[in-house]
Every structure is written in C-alpha cells, then in structure tokens.
Design a binder for this molecule. Sequence first.
Ligand code: BDR
Ligand code: CA
Length: 391
Amino acid sequence: MAMTRREFVAGSTGAFAASRLITASAASPDPSNPAPHRSRVIIDTDPGVDDALALLLAMRSPELIIEGLTAVAGNVPLDLTLPNALRMVELAGRTDIPVAAGAGRPLVRQLVTATYAHGENGLGGAFFPEPKAKPTAQSAAEFIRDATRKHPGEITLITIGPLTNIAMACTLDHELPRMVRGLVMMGGSLSGGNITPAAEFNVYVDPEAARIVFQSGIPISMVGLDVTRQTTLTDQHVRTLEAAQNPVSQGAGKIARNAIKHTREQGFLVGPNMHDSLAVAAFLDPSLLEWKDYYVDVETTGELTAGETLGYSPAAGDLRRTPEMEKQAALTMVIRGSAPTLATMKTSPVVRNSFVPNARVAVGVDSARFFDLLIGRLSETTKQLARDWRD
Ligand code: BDR
Ligand code: CA
C-alpha cells in the first residue's frame, strides 16, 4: 500500500507529525524532491528483530527528519545492538543519520536480555556483514541533550527499548523534559506482561529508568502490549517483502523470515509481533490507534511485579459513574501507594492528590491498516515513496 501525502494528512487529524509541521532540512528518500513538511525525531533502540523493522520503517518515512539513533542494551547486549543499528542505517542507505552508543546496562539492575525472542545476534540469526559506519563520539545521553537543545520544542523521542538512555539524558539535563516535544514509547502494558505476568520487557529491564521518564513531565504516548499484541507478522507479510526488489525490503524480509523460523523453533505457534514498528507508525499516523488518558506509574519494588505499569483513570472501567461524577473524580481522585503494614505507617501514602494524566495510552488498534503502512513502505521503491509523497 502506498500512502499518499494527501491520505496521510487527511487520515491523521491530530496527527503528531502532520500537526507539528516544520520545514524540511535533512535528506529525504529522494533528495531532489524533499517532502515539504517533516518532523524531527530521535529513535532510541535495542535492535532487536522488531526494532530493525521499525528503524527501516522510520527511515522509509518521508515525514521524518531522523536526527539520530541511540542504541541501548536490551534485547541483546550493547555490543550487538549498536552494530545492529549501524547495519540498519547502512541497509537503508541512510549513513547520514548519526548513531550514538548508549547505556550498556540498566540504571541499577543487571541486564536481562531477550535472545529467546531475537536470537543470539538480535536479528533472529539473519546475517549482515560488520558495519563500516561508526558511532558518534558523544554518548546517547549527550546526543539527546545536544540535539534537543539545538531544536527546542521540536524533537519527539521514539523509544523502542528500555528507557535507560532517556532517563540518563533527563538526569544529565534537568531542562530536557520541557524541551522535547513528546515521547512515543513502545513499552508497558495495562493488561499483563510478556516477560513476567506483570511486566512488559522494555519496562521490566529498567523499571527505575521508566519511572524517571513517566514522572519527568514529558508528554508521553504509550504504545504497550495492549495493542502491540495485535501485530503478528505472518508468512504472507514476509512473502510480500521478499517479492519486492529493493534492498530494504530484501533485508527486512531476511530478518522477518529468520525471526519467524526462530520463533517457531522456540515453540511459539504464531509471531513474532511487530511491537516497535507500531510505535513508529503511531507517530506517523495516530489515527491507527484509539487513545485514552491515564496516570501511569511504574512498580519498582514488587517481588513479582517489578516493571509493571499501573494505569489510573477515573474514567476507565467504572460504568456506574455519571459523566458529572467522572469529571468530579478527575479533580478529586486520590492515588494511593500500597496499604501500610502493621509495623509502619498508620495511613496509606498518597502518591497523587488528584488525578492528573501523564500519558496517552493506546487501547485499540487497526492492525490491518498498520500492516498496510509497514509492509507497504518497506516494499515500495524509494522512487515510488518519493512520488507518493509528492502526489
Ligand atoms: C519489546 O521488547 C522487545 O523484546 C521488543 O523489541 C519490544 O521493544 C516488546 O515487549
Ligand atoms: Ca525493542
């Protein structure tokens, strides 16, 4: 499927990318025909099979000015996620995009990886040669700080790995949260986890970092398992990628083919899910998803629940409230911590005195339209993409 610029703008009323129009300055897929209005992003990533496809989707999306990629340890250690990110910019012919090395481990925990899902090399076992491109001299946190200060109010962070780098950047520069435009995250869940019954992988790996980010004041859009569980890659998707004659779709097809094979070898009957591509797509076209405001916090101490994202919403789930009561609840709802033990305090600690949403959470998705966008953009030629954008 080719999304024309006209369709894109029409289909994304309230879209981040379309509503935050800025003048193009970086290279677009066809430098002789730059897209007229584009949005600045930094993508923080731990490639990762679904990260790899998400990065390729982003690099094939003319709406985006990708200021840089920042790599973080997650699915596999940093000494693999960093070269994998460099491999993807080479595959997409986008070595103009800087890639910065980030944290090699979570803030306070030991690294837990997901090689069971992504293979030992992070790309489902798909082989790509050593990248020639080199990372920037700056660390990821420094890169995020400098790019944000250069373009205050313009940059959206798209995070598709553990949030260590973003938390470090916020700690490095306390003004950063109010200087970034927003953050679109693949992470969290309000309906159970994947790495534990309670926690989604990216938040589980570094819950302390996730908590810093959720409490930072950055406007957050959370694309969690509630919706990414509905993004199962199929054989048919892979065949479409393999049939297209361009290096990106061939590379994506190779990763996807290996990932399906690896997933079946691990005993899974379906999958993998394209979690991270959905976060990129959510930025490109938020109308793919249904959104609800929540106050989200992260459990960091629970023995069984570390990394769980808790969503509080006076409007969610309680059908007995009248709209007037809901309005009242939003103003007066107190959010409490756990009940006190006999040995400690006499009352439950109040975490928030009133309900103030800090995140827009995706609660529904049009999976078919999402895959049209993902597979369409990966399998089109650069010329087709540029022509669609101009139409
Ligand atoms: C997330 O965890 C990782 O394994 C994926 O790349 C994705 O970012 C899904 O829980
Ligand atoms: Ca990821």
